[in-house]
Ligand binder design. Structure first.
Ligand SMILES: Nc1ncnc2c1ncn2[C@@H]1O[C@H](COP(=O)(O)OP(=O)(O)OP(=O)(O)O)[C@@H](O)[C@H]1O
Length: 484
């Protein structure tokens, strides 16, 4: 529990009581503000945050119970302790039903009052922790792990360990599915805030009005559907980390509000005039080029500079092909494997959806595969076709002496015109040879003549490349070609 002083508001029309009680509480290290009426208390509560407020019930004008109702209606997050000279059972019941934390009657010793205020403050902290824990539990996230052996992943791990302890805002850039959220989680886990809440929001997944209400909260009735007061995720993450995914999608109208929280930690719930203070570490991610977004007028420049304090850029998977094999091994269930051809094809694929796509491909394949080995038949068509296409392009490029930098379209056209020339394979005279052996010799011969190029060989033989791969595997294993 927090052992720092309580931020206290004393509301009582008795000047002497306010003064003596206030002095006593201040001597114990608490911060005290006081108000002589309900109306004055509303003004103060609208401006400042308090842990606990002490309300007298009998006050001229707005009485304590009416003040409590106002606190509820305005969604003020404060624990209320009633202290009254004329306490009846009915008023006590009414106050507690309205959500009061405690009810005391005068005369009451200041030591006793202080003890009850401590309990009220603890109740407030527990409520907040409960809210934060709920958020953590519902997300039920597994421990993040950055899989990969490439130099890019090693550099990424180094950057994470550098930025994590700083508590500064971090901007993570990268295509969708490259692992931005994994990196955000690792930063949080390697920071001093690891035990504090990690709250996430994806701006692209929510309509504009909901983004505002999710981030900053709302008061009951502030818009259709706001049936109760709701704290925003900034409040839920108070003391911890907030991860805003797809920050580039944050509507322009909301950007000043985000800038404000980042600058001095202050925010207002929708429909509420009262300012609240939070202390949150922000990690933002984007798959858009924010510099371009600023140029296009879709992202505020001041907010960009505020977010872009420490930037981490994640390379797409196609630029770190060395990681594909270990990612596949990592995401394959225990006891499963990929055959050699499938592994080659997956390593050559360009993975537009990055690691997320790779995980989906593995999951799909494990459902479709007959045994615990994934083959080409278990891959989605777009991957098989894309690989055929990529192979063809690569062959055309090499056979025509084109560099990789030359336009792909040109190479494709060249391929479609290409005529594969191969010296006719001499007839195999031994009519006693088994058919499988005959096929093996012929296929091996053609393959040799075409310099080991499997795609060309398959075309020459008039079979699909996948069939050729299967045949070669059977040759190697001395297995029958049946059903190949
Ligand atoms: N290097 C990695 N090691 C292990 N898992 C990874 C790695 N990169 C990404 N993943 C996994 O890939 C999936 C997508 O990652 P993540 O959600 O972090 O991507 P993202 O860049 O935030 O995507 P988006 O921009 O679409 O939100 C997750 O299941 C994540 O665990």
């Amino acid at each position: 529990m927090d052992s720092s002083g309580i931020k206290l508001l004393l509301v009582d029309d008795e000047d002497d009581y306010r003064r003596s009680c206030g002095k006593f509480m201040e001597r114990l290290g608490h911060t005290v503000r006081s108000a002589a009426s309900g109306a004055e208390a509303v003004t103060i509560l609208n401006r400042e945050d308090f842990d606990v407020a002490v309300f007298d019930i009998d006050m001229p004008g707005m009485n304590g119970l009416e003040l409590m109702q106002r606190v509820q209606e305005d969604g003020m997050d404060v624990e209320v302790v009633f202290l009254t000279g004329k306490g009846t059972i009915e008023t006590c019941v009414q106050a507690m039903q309205m959500g009061a934390s405690d009810f005391l009657t005068k005369p009451c010793s200041l030591m006793d009052l202080e003890h009850r205020l401590q309990l009220a403050r603890q109740r407030r902290l527990l409520k907040k922790e409960n809210q934060q824990l709920k958020n953590l539990v519902t997300r039920n996230r597994p421990a993040p792990k950055l899989v990969g052996k490439s130099a890019a992943v090693a550099e990424l791990s180094r950057m994470i360990s550098k930025v994590a302890p700083t508590k500064k805002t971090v901007l993570i850039e990268g295509e969708s599915g490259t692992g931005k959220e994994v990196v955000a989680q690792l930063i949080q886990q390697q920071s001093d805030l690891a035990e504090r809440p990690f709250v996430t929001i994806n701006c692209a997944a929510l309509p504009e009005q909901l983004v505002e209400s999710e981030l900053f909260g709302h008061l009951k009735g502030s818009f259709t559907g706001a049936t109760s007061d709701k704290p925003g995720l900034f409040e839920v993450a108070d003391g911890g980390t907030l991860f805003i995914d797809e920050v580039g999608e944050l509507p322009l109208a909301l950007q000043p509000k985000l800038l404000r929280v980042l600058e001095d930690g202050s925010l207002r719930r929708i429909g509420c005039h009262r300012e609240r203070k939070v202390k949150v570490r922000l990690i933002a991610a984007t798959n858009r080029d924010l510099v371009e977004e600023v140029k296009a007028g879709r992202f505020r420049e001041d907010l960009f500079y505020r977010i872009n304090v420490l930037a981490i850029s994640l390379p797409p998977l196609r630029e770190r092909c060395g990681d594909i094999e270990c990612l596949l091994e990592h995401f394959l269930p225990r006891g499963w494997s990929l055959d050699a051809e499938t592994m080659t094809v997956l390593k050559a694929y360009h993975w537009p959806g990055n690691v997320r796509q790779l995980i989906n491909v593995v999951e799909r394949a494990t459902i479709l595969a007959d045994h615990q080995t994934i083959t080409m038949d278990d891959l989605p068509r777009e991957i098989v076709h894309a690989t055929d296409h990529e192979d063809t392009i690569a062959e055309a490029t090499s056979s025509n002496g084109l560099s990789n930098a030359e336009p792909i379209q040109d190479s494709v056209d060249l391929v479609s015109e290409e005529i594969v020339s191969v010296t006719p394979v001499p007839a195999i005279g031994d009519c006693h040879l088994p058919l499988d052996e005959l096929i093996k010799r012929h296929v091996t011969e053609v393959l040799e003549q075409l310099g080991g190029n499997k795609a060309k060989t398959a075309r020459q033989l008039g079979i699909h490349r996948r069939k050729l791969y299967r045949m070669l595997e059977r040759f190697e294993a001395n297995a029958p070609l049946e059903d190949c």
